[in-house]
Design a protein around this ligand. Sequence first.
Ligand code: SF4
Length: 89
Amino acid sequence: MAYVITTICVGVKDKGCLPVCPVDCIYEGEKQLFIDPNQCIDCGACEPACPVGAIFLDQEVPAAHQASIQENAEFFLKGLPGSTEPARP
Ligand code: SF4
């Protein structure tokens, strides 16, 4: 399991999730932020910190945003455009 940032984040990138993540596993892509599923410890702290409700536990991602699960993983596997360093507040 891991938490996932959906495309609801696109164009927002509020970054309110960053200061609450205890393991710094949130990275900044060109259009949105992403969570590294291999580093996330499922603490859930980021979910209520997002002002637009973009973050879900992978098993609870709404049907309309299922593609975001793969996109979060691919950001780290395929190196989609964005930073390879953890985003920090
Ligand atoms: Fe970080 Fe916890 Fe959110 Fe995972 S669930 S990204 S560890 S704050």
